[in-house]
Design a protein around this ligand. Structure first.
Ligand code: COA
Length: 532
């Protein structure tokens, strides 16, 4: 075995300082997660309960197999926006009757569960996860439909929700809708487009237009129940396949539907795996609060892979990128991890070669980000850094094995792209609270702006206001810093969540298990032209 050694001084002052900084960030993160859990707040939660209804996460809990985990995705969606943290929708992966499923649940305590632009982004991302990994979709529905004041942002793109449901079905991926309440107008197409529909007695309201709208349109007098009640749909229209007497009954019936799907994973479960040799608790002290200070990503790899066993590839070449083979919860993975921050030509070529090797042997790739980007400067430009970075980006873009990305520290510039950033479609992307991502570091960006402004003033022969420049620099630096932080980026759905470093192995294990529901094959060719 090739067990990674550790040079981490867990009793030293650096470790203690890093750990304290990480714990402070985790406490901030907890406070933001609590906002998502609080939904629409005390008043609306009380009212919902007084109506004898379960909360969104309680519904999810009753749906899942007892004592199994739920990998919630993007709980901080809408953070930093005008909308409630969580975006009035819960999404994630959980196990129902032994089958990994993608679950979405409207949160009716937040503006009647209406969908705002962030809820839409979150729902579309959930469907993308289901399609890529062949996970059955279970929609727990109770929503006021489109958030009306923001309808211009969602009405037209929102049609993709219903398109996705039928495309999932066409791809042989089962879809189940459980309707607990309002599901009207466009929302009626969630049950309308799902393979299996369960409705709750006297609660489900599934109609294209409610009584007032019908009265306006045709003059007909009607009521909720005759237009869209569960009993009507189960006995008369046939839209409901199953009639549930109450919410727990509906969730029980959803479990029975999944039990009969005969949905099979493409790969068998690899069985129990040996844990890492080092305590994952120590991951709290690996990343320095100041990201300019480098850290050895092998200390992270040693605490997330099976038995801390890692076969490094090209360890003496392009040393600012660590590449190598390991297993994670029994699944083989190829790891690419930044060591010294900067990517040079050698690192880029090493990455391109390694990605091709992983494709040849059908091994998923794990990218651990801590990069300030590709090296700049005359020597490096003349040495072909653009060509070499392009080789890496070509390899990442055309690779066909599943990719996982975790932002540990910096993820700046094109380095974010080469390391399989969000736009490169990793199956899953998570960030540690220590991560920062932007076009470049805040200081560098503010400095560049200042140089450009100074040159522009000189070209016009105008005097340069140094005092205003200093003020502007500070302001820009602050703005870019706040826009680089993981909560901000998670709010915009640029990741699938911000995770506690100690949970990394578990989160990646759950992702790898979900990934292995769908068959995959590496690219045996089919890369673009590698510029040499
Ligand atoms: N857009 C924006 N806000 C909405 C909304 C929507 N579609 N639906 C509800 N809300 C808001 C309400 O204005 C209310 O805000 P307030 O508490 O600040 O007054 C809050 O969400 C809760 O709504 P309320 O009606 O008190 O909740 P309820 O649980 O009794 O009823 C609905 C929920 C969804 C049945 C009801 O609000 C409704 O019919 N909404 C409109 C549905 C609709 O026609 N949508 C268009 C479909 S495309």
């Amino acid at each position: 075995m090739t067990v990674l050694p550790s040079a981490l001084d867990t009793r030293g002052p650096d470790h203690a300082a890093h750990r304290a900084a990480m714990l402070a960030k985790l406490a901030d993160l907890d406070a933001e997660h609590a906002k998502a859990l609080a939904g629409g707040g005390e008043k609306y939660v009380q009212r919902h309960r007084a109506r004898g209804k379960l909360l969104a996460r309680e519904r999810v809990e009753l749906l899942l197999d007892p004592d199994t985990p739920f990998l919630e995705l993007s709980p901080l969606a809408a953070w930093g926006s005008d909308y409630t943290v969580g975006a009035s929708l819960v999404t994630g992966i959980g196990v129902v009757e032994g089958v990994e499923c993608l679950i979405t649940a409207n949160d009716p305590t937040v503006r009647g569960g209406a969908s705002n632009p962030w809820s839409l982004k979150k729902a579309l991302r959930a469907h993308e996860v289901a399609l890529a990994n062949r996970l059955p979709v279970i929609s727990l529905v109770e929503s006021g439909g489109a958030d009306l004041p923001s309808q211009k942002e969602i009405f037209i793109p929102g049609g993709a929700i219903f398109r996705d449901l039928t495309r999932l079905s066409a791809a042989g991926i089962p879809t189940v809708a459980v309707v607990f309440g309002n599901s009207t107008a466009g929302g009626a197409y969630v049950p309308g487009m799902s393979d299996h529909v369960i409705m709750v007695k006297e609660r489900a309201k599934v109609f294209l237009g409610g009584p007032p709208l019908v009265k306006m349109a045709t003059g007909e007098e009607s009521d909720d129940e005759s237009l869209g009640g569960a009993e009507m749909h189960a006995r008369v229209s046939g839209l409901a396949d199953h009639f549930a007497v109450d919410e727990p009954d509906a969730l029980r019936q959803a479990r029975r539907v999944v039990a009969r799907l005969n949905h099979r994973k493409a790969y068998p479960d690899p069985g129990p795996a040996e844990p890492p040799k080092y305590d994952p608790e120590e991951l709290l002290g690996v990343v320095p609060d100041d990201l300019k200070v480098p850290f050895d990503p092998r200390e992270v790899i040693a605490r997330i892979v099976d038995a801390s066993d890692f076969d490094e590839f090209k360890p003496l070449y392009g040393t600012s990128l660590v590449t190598g083979w390991a297993r994670l919860h029994g699944y083989p993975v190829g790891v690419l991890a930044n060591a010294q921050g900067v990517l040079f030509s050698a690192e880029s070529q090493k990455a391109a070669q390694f990605i091709q090797l992983a494709n040849q042997r059908d091994v998923p790739l794990l990218f651990l980000h801590n990069t300030t980007g590709y090296m700049v400067g005359r020597e490096y430009e003349q040495g072909g850094i653009i060509k070499h970075g392009a080789m890496m980006i070509n390899a990442v873009s055309n690779s066909r094995v599943p990719h996982l990305s975790v932002l540990l520290g910096a993820s700046y510039g094109a380095g974010h792209y080469g390391m399989c950033g969000r736009a490169y479609d990793p199956r899953f992307l998570f960030a540690w609270p220590s991560a920062k991502s932007a076009v470049m570091g805040p200081q560098q960006l503010a400095g560049v702006l200042s140089i450009v402004a100074r040159q522009s003033a000189a070209a016009k022969g105008a005097p340069y206001d140094e005092e205003a420049d200093a003020g502007l620099r500070a302001l820009v630096e602050q703005q870019i810093e706040s826009e680089s932080l993981p909560m901000f980026l998670s709010g915009r759905l640029y990741d699938d969540g911000v995770i506690d470093p100690r949970d990394t192995r578990t989160v990646l294990g759950l992702c790898l298990s979900a990934i292995h529901t769908a068959p995959y094959e590496g690219a045996r060719g089919g890369f673009g032209v590698f510029r040499m």
